[in-house]
Design a binder for this molecule. Structure first.
Ligand code: MRU
Length: 356
């Protein structure tokens, strides 16, 4: 596989999402095909990117925010009209993107940031509008990588040499602009000269841990042990997990954290076994307008994700399904939240306000 981009902002040898150099198409590593097949998909229209976000071609809170920002560049390319109709059609594209996945606040955050630029450039010539929006989208992408590196270094200070770190879902380079949030902590710990091992939960139903986290870590020569989600308790009881680090899709003002379904269970088990539980996320994941975890919208996904495994149906006709994609971990179960602005420890309205 060769990366179809000469200088990916991600800085890695693979990239979740990039805008092509001519600003004409968005290129994504199709995460549905990993780990078996490393193939890139190209999109030339904003609505195609929206559909790709819904179908998990790209996923992970920061990465879908970046994808939406790039999608708005494509939307602007198709518009040669006057200021008013430009703004109207950009708003329609933004609303379509906003509806794709409700929990990850980075999506709405990136769209709002791009729409502020849309208002500024509405009266410019078409080519200038596109150039200005492309520059903003790339800045969002670049800043995310920088944020991941900073919060990774802050989190790495809490990682003892020789530690075994458990993570759930994928909060790595594939879920962000590059480098990763939870896996950013893992990468930064190694860069600081520490030996680290990772235990990755497979993360039912979509298997981000097995398919994506393990893929990233094996590729970067980390020692990674894959477990099914039901093995966490036994692992912790045996004392073979030193700390947990996960990502986040939205952090409420109270410090409650929405993340991939199963995270709350891991946090409960960590508390019972006295294992430190950390969350790593860029500030764009913090939603101070959201009072607490109960106010976070939780996405429910299709029943096929639960009824089937690897494309094979595993449940009888007639079985009902509940498939919330995320759960909420209350702040009281979290030792610290690492952001590029510093850490909220323990997370609370007060400690987050100090970073705001
Ligand atoms: O449904 P997904 O795969 O988009 O969910 C992703 C997660 O829950 C991640 O753990 C979270 O977005 C953090 S990404 C840095």
């Amino acid at each position: 596989m060769t990366l179809p981009h000469p200088r990916p902002i991600s800085g890695a040898s693979y990239s979740a999402v990039e805008l092509s150099p001519g600003d004409r198409d968005v290129v994504m590593l199709d995460q549905r095909a990993l780990p078996g097949d490393e193939r890139y998909a190209r999109f030339t229209r904003s609505d195609e990117v929206a559909e790709a976000i819904e179908r998990l071609v790209v996923r992970g809170a920061p990465a879908i925010g970046i994808a939406a920002a790039y999608a708005l560049v494509l939307a602007a390319s198709g518009e040669g009209s006057g200021a008013e109709s430009f703004q109207a059609s950009m708003s329609a594209a933004a609303e379509r993107l906003r509806r794709t996945r409700p929990t990850a606040v980075n999506l709405a955050w990136a769209i709002d940031r791009m729409m502020a630029v849309v208002r500024e450039v509405a009266s410019l010539a078409s080519g200038d509008r596109v150039a200005r929006l492309a520059a903003e989208a790339r800045t969002i992408h670049r800043e995310d990588v920088e944020a991941c590196r900073k919060l990774g270094a802050i989190g790495a200070a809490r990682v003892p040499d020789g530690a075994t770190i458990l993570t759930h879902c994928n909060a790595g380079a594939l879920a962000t602009g590059g480098y990763g949030t939870a896996l950013g902590v893992v990468r930064a710990a190694r860069e600081a000269g520490k030996q680290v091992r990772v235990v990755a939960c497979e993360t039912r139903p979509v298997l981000q841990g097995a398919r994506l986290t393990a893929w990233e870590l094996v590729r970067d020569c980390f020692e990674v042990t894959l477990i099914t989600d039901s093995m966490v308790a036994q692992r912790m009881r045996r004392g073979s997990v030193d700390l947990v680090v996960v990502g986040a899709d939205r952090i409420a003002r109270s410090g409650d954290v929405a993340n991939k379904i199963g995270t709350y269970g891991v946090a409960c088990l960590a508390q019972v076994h006295g294992v430190p539980f950390y969350v790593a996320a860029p500030w764009s994941t913090v939603d101070l307008g959201c009072l607490d975890g109960d106010a976070i919208p939780i996405e429910h996904r299709g029943e096929g994700e639960v009824l089937s495994f690897g494309g094979v149906r595993v449940a009888p006709e007639g079985a009902r399904v509940d498939n919330p994609a995320f759960d909420v971990t209350p702040a009281r179960l979290i030792n610290a939240i690492f952001t590029e602005r510093g850490e909220a420890s323990p997370p609370s309205e007060q400690t987050l306000a100090k970073l705001a």
